[in-house]
Design a protein. Sequence first.
Length: 115
Amino acid sequence: MTIGETSRRSSWSPWMLRYLEQEGLVVPARSEAGYRRYGIRELNQLNALAELRSRFDVGLAELEFALRLRREPALRGAVETCLAGTTVPGLEETSPAWVEWEQRKHERLLATDAA
C-alpha cells in the first residue's frame, strides 16, 4: 500500500507516518523507485501503536525512548544502574557525597535568589 492508502486505513496522517518512520517506530519497505510500501506488518504495528497510546497513555517520545533502550545496550545498562541506585560505570563522580554537595549548592543559590 502507498502512504495515502495506509493513512486512509489507519488513524495516522501521512505526516505522522513519515514521522514514525523517521523515528524508527514503523519503517515500511521501499519500492525500487523509493516509494514507501506498507504491508500488513506495518498496519499491525500502527494499530498496536494506537492501542498503546490510548490504553496505556503512552506518548510517542516514550516509545522512541523504549526503542533506544532496545537498540543501545550501554544506555539500557546505564538506566538499569540508575534505577537500581548504584553509580553508572564511567560516571563514578555521581557518588552520594557529590550529589549532596550539589544539592547544598543549589539550596544556597535558591536562598540567594529569594533574598
